[in-house]
Design a protein around this ligand. Sequence first.
Ligand SMILES: Nc1nc2c(c(=O)[nH]1)N[C@H]1C(S)=C(S)[C@@H](COP(=O)(O)OP(=O)(O)OC[C@H]3O[C@@H](n4cnc5c(N)ncnc54)[C@H](O)[C@@H]3O)O[C@H]1N2
Ligand code: MOO
Length: 699
Amino acid sequence: MMEGEFDDALALANGSPVVPARPEDRRAPEDRRMPEGHWDPGGRADDHRAWGRGGGPRAHEGEGRPVPAPEANGPAPLPGERHAPASDRYAPAPDPYAPASDRYSPAYDHYAPTSDDGYSWIFDDREPTRTAGRPGKAPTAGTGLDDDARRGPYTPWDTAPSLKGGEPSPAPGGADGPRAPARAPSDTPPPPRPASAPVPRSAPSGPPFGPPFSTGDTPGHDHPTHHGRRTRHDHPAPTPWRTARGLAARAPRGPLPPVACPLGAAALGRTLAEPLTALTDLPSFDTSAMDGWAVAGPGPWHLAARSRSGAHEHGILAGQDASEAVDDGAAVPIATGARIPPGATAVLRSEHGEVRQRPDGGAQLYAPAPVPPGQDIRPRGQECRRGDQLLPAGALVTPAVLGLAAAAGYDELVAYARPRVEILVLGDELLDAGLPAEGRIRDALGPMITPWLRALGADAGPPRHLGDDADALYDALASSTADLVITTGGTASGPVDHVHPTLRRLGAEVLVDGVAVRPGHPMLLARLDADRLLVGLPGNPLAAVSGLVTLAEPALRTLAARRRTPAYRAPLTAAVSGHPHDTRLIPVAFREGAADDGDGGAVVPLRFSGPAMLRGIAAADAMAVVPPGGAACGGDVELLDLPWTGDGSAAEAVMDTVTDWTADAPARSGTDARRPGVGPHDRPNVSPTDPHPTGGGAA
Ligand SMILES: Nc1nc2c(c(=O)[nH]1)N[C@H]1C(S)=C(S)[C@@H](COP(=O)(O)OP(=O)(O)OC[C@H]3O[C@@H](n4cnc5c(N)ncnc54)[C@H](O)[C@@H]3O)O[C@H]1N2
Ligand code: MOO
């Protein structure tokens, strides 16, 4: 296209005489590749990429801080004060950790649903009570100790004095039982200590309670009793939570081999093992972006009866041949998605054109304003040229990726194999249908874990129920060919907790034997052989969730070659007390506009987050990582996505390669508590319209 032709259009608009365009100046539209609505007078066909790679900010700039600074969200606790002032309506429960206990608490009845939206009752942001003034509890007790800590450390059943006549063991002390032993902070391996050295106590009260953990400085690794009898004295120190995640991520030898899989559900959720490279230009031909007329040169245009019989009765439709050229000064009806015929220079939308009949029986098409060359034409190669990298290896195959791959000409994708996971549900007490009865309960983990793992890209079959049969467990583990076996229950040291003994019997290498996390501390990770791992999830349902996110998810990520989603944080609407030594994982719901600055996102700790409960996690958007010692109201906490929260992997992959991703992205306020790139959610339990989400719990 010559500049003169553009001038022609302008001249027409200005009522100036039109100099007919020279046909030799009209190159095929295929040669002009510019973004839609922009013609390419200079024929800069190969510069088209520049249009998508402007100077806009990179999509991931500023990603690290999607939420306001903590100080914007509420006062920090005063020195010596564990909770925020009472005026803070998002202030914490008297002891938010207390409901995590399995002991009956009247609180469980107290938080029955009362609110209008039916969900806000679950927020764990009850009216604050200063610790010192809390009735009925000594200020030093219950500040982060759950039932387990109160009743004492992890105690192997076979050494409990009341059951066996083994070594003497001190009786539980005080009303709350013995205190948990002091341990190193969660994410720091405990310092080496001589085996005979006494273990310091976290509280001076209570009778002595012998050292319960291994003195080894490498938790879970140098434990001397993996092939011998476990005693209370030689149980390994729990692995710090973050260390455990890292060990789980590094436990597999690497990703499973790539496979070619048909484009469709078989590929969904896998990770691309090769870059997705365009097999064609997209669009692959110059395309009409609108229903209307393909026009050649400036108007008005002669609406010719098409010369070829039968063809183009309704004009040129999508999918039809459009090889017949349009003469200069002529127009032909065209549909969205149809090929632009040779000679056409623009598309005039149907709502913009006016057809006037001529006395000679012909028709003339008029436009209310000049039609710039290239208008409403999607030029070939606008989105990509053949050979362009559309996505890098490592991108998650999402539904959108399937669509893109299909558009780009793929019939199958080369992606990493899905990890095969076998789920073994242990426990004679479990029913798989009906109501709990006669001491038996419903299996809550089988129905949960299979889809959870599938959402993580695993090939997980239905759970197998093995009861509490040690031989059945041995046979199942010995014969399994799965990349990862997941057991539920039986990780502790009760009389029918068969996981540890069976691993010893199999000669498995225990990589993580207990994690400094609540709930879920008995979780474990073992290598059955070079290519098979086992994650032992505790039986308490929320403890099992904790094990899923702590051990199963990182291991599966490595096996499936999934990217780690970057950590993200949000401020808490209420203080959460911490375990003295262990990391806590608590279910939280996102709430936009909950913070005191009026528009900041935040996360609301949910109630019913005791180890045996699923009520909190079922309403949750994420799990918050609460470090030992707790987190203040307004303080940022790290968040772990849940499978239904969304996964930014694909978006991150795109951001690495396509810079105009930002052009259409909604502006990020910097206060969105959600993962960058994930749109506002509308889960009913976190209705942003509810100004008083404390609901029934606020009283
Ligand atoms: N003496 C000690 N006992 C326990 C300790 C401890 O430190 N010292 N830790 C407790 C903690 S914490 C947990 S968690 C559990 C873990 O126990 P197991 O992994 O051996 O699990 P089970 O005893 O089989 O079950 C525990 C609990 O969960 C229920 N359960 C089991 N499976 C299911 C299922 N599929 N669906 C629903 N509920 C399930 C089971 O009935 C028990 O109530 O150990 C504590 N003990
Ligand atoms: O604290 Mo256990 O780990 O109940 O879950």
